[in-house]
Design a protein. Structure first.
Lengths: 251, 251
DNA sequence: AGGAGCTTGTGAACGTGAGAACAAAATCGG
DNA sequence: CCGATTTTGTTCTCACGTTCACAAGCTCCT
């Protein structure tokens, strides 16, 4: 509210260091590309190089980077190490974030075994499950602990990120417990829409949805003019016959 | 190119049954919400009900559904079963799609054990891995087969969707093999940017990126006015000193 | 039969994102 | 030291996505 109250069509009125969501979502990709270049011994890279490595258009990449500041050198390009550090700082992965995983079944085990976290700014501090048969099991150098310990762990380790890999049924309940315990960011793998209060960020990873999106495009590739234009299929009749149960869904 | 070549501000010139990507990405969510309502014995639901269940704004939901046709009844709402069928048909999950999974490590095992596919329009026809020690292992009612069998399997089972859960290193090579074998849609879990020819769709699921996006917002929540405005940090000096290795990244 | 009350489908306004294009800045060769 | 060359940072324009707001259409009650 300090400046830019004129509300003119001008530039999107980026709120004080506010970076567009679309850009935020690409920064990690750039970060990874830079790390790869760095590991390959490359010290300097142009926006074209980086864009290729990240799989985006170079104009977009330059504009994205311009939100962070002017970290390139005209006529030369970007210093790989320097830019990498700046992006890491902007994202917030120069420090380590403590993470808990709830629901150590198929997927939870896979995540627990995954080594790619530590190297990327995250530290798994606890594996939690409600099943007494699982509690105590060792996975790598960690041990599955009882979900009841959640609150104590969140407080002790200053956990701000929680990962939900329970079945869909208990996911909302688990989510509520996480939020109540003080977790303010949640990554959800369960196929449900979780509701959280303002101030809590939530992202979901949903395999079925990804596959269905692929299926849609796949169908259009093969189908094209194959299917009858609009099948005008089964019973639209059922509707008028119904006693109109409608209305009350959930809340 | 048939009609609407006037290029006027008018409606987005939806190409013959072309549904906006953003809408396609939400249809699976609606489908799931409808299935839940259906299982709950609800026969009719308003756009408001559906929107709540799907976690979106009701105007958006109505507009999304309007791309499929007019399947609702004014003053009443949508017939749950009927709409569910129409969406499933539009996405293409009234038929089953054959899927292969390549790379049966931590994540591949989890996916192989996951029961949520069959019920959603997908059928896993093969689990493939290059590691001879894994080949032959039974997972559920399937057996891990050698990656060399890929081409035969793709042809025999008309596989159009492939899932990559190998490490990042071999992912591009695996991807190329899949494409060469005839797979035209790929879901990639490896943290690399895969390049594919036109006509092949690719989607990625990237855990680290999701966590980093959460971290960014998390940092802004806690930080706000805590950090020094622009740390103006380390060596931008390094740049001018360098022999300017720049240029040749990859290709 | 006619009007009251809902709820859909969509037109229009607004906001965000992508990409082309170019001026400004830096290097390098002469 | 100057002009050619390279590559960034930014401006402008167009496309896409979201949300509001309301007329059209349906049901139900009187
Ligand atoms: N496995 C996959 O490949 C896969 C793929 C896509 C989506 N998913 C989704 O991910 C989630 C987990 O899948 P999975 O295959 O690992 O399931 P799973 O059944 O193997 O594991 C779920 C775990 O959660 C635990 N749990 C249940 N209720 C709990 C509670 N209230 N508090 C704490 N822990 C609890 C269970 O004890 C179990 O260990 C599911 O929602 C599933 O739909 C899984
Ligand atoms: N495990 C996780 O939770 C997790 C999380 C995020 C991302 N990922 C990514 O998913 C991928 C798989 O992870 P993971 O933990 O299951 O790894 P993993 O090492 O356990 O499994 C990889 C499997 O791929 C097989 N493989 C290797 N090269 C192959 C080839 N050329 N052809 C066929 N198969 C081949 C290996 O034999 C192995 O079985 C990785 O790219 C990883 O970065 C994993």
């Amino acid at each position: 509210m300090t400046r830019a109250s004129s509300r003119r069509p001008g530039p999107p009125t980026r709120t004080e260091r506010g970076i567009p969501e679309a850009t935020v979502a690409r920064l990690p990709v750039y970060l990874r590309a830079l790390t790869a270049l760095s590991d390959g011994g490359i010290a300097t890279a142009s926006s074209e190089d980086l864009a290729t490595a990240a799989g985006v258009n170079s104009a977009k990449l330059r504009k994205d980077l311009s939100y962070l500041g002017s970290y390139g050198t005209r006529g030369v390009g970007y210093d790989v190490e320097y830019l990498r550090y700046q992006i890491a700082r902007e994202i917030g992965v120069t420090q380590d974030w403590a993470v808990v995983i709830v629901g150590i079944g198929n997927l939870g085990h896979a995540l627990a075994n995954y080594s790619g976290f530590g190297t990327r700014g995250f530290r798994i501090v606890a594996l939690l499950d409600a099943d007494p048969n699982l509690v105590g099991e060792r996975i790598g150098d960690m041990e599955v602990r009882d979900f009841a310990e959640l609150e104590a762990i969140v407080e002790a380790d200053r956990v701000s990120i929680g990962v939900i890999t329970t079945p869909a049924g208990p996911a909302q309940e688990v989510c509520d417990r996480l939020v109540a315990a003080g977790v303010t960011s949640i990554l959800n793998f369960a196929p449900v829409v979780l509701s959280v209060p303002d101030g809590v960020d939530i992202r979901k990873v949903d395999l079925s949805i990804e596959l269905q999106i692929l299926a849609y495009h796949e169908q259009r590739k093969s189908g094209e003019a194959a299917l009858p234009q609009v099948p005008e299929l089964p019973a639209m009749n059922g509707l008028t016959d119904l006693p109109s149960v409608g209305g009350g869904v959930g809340a």
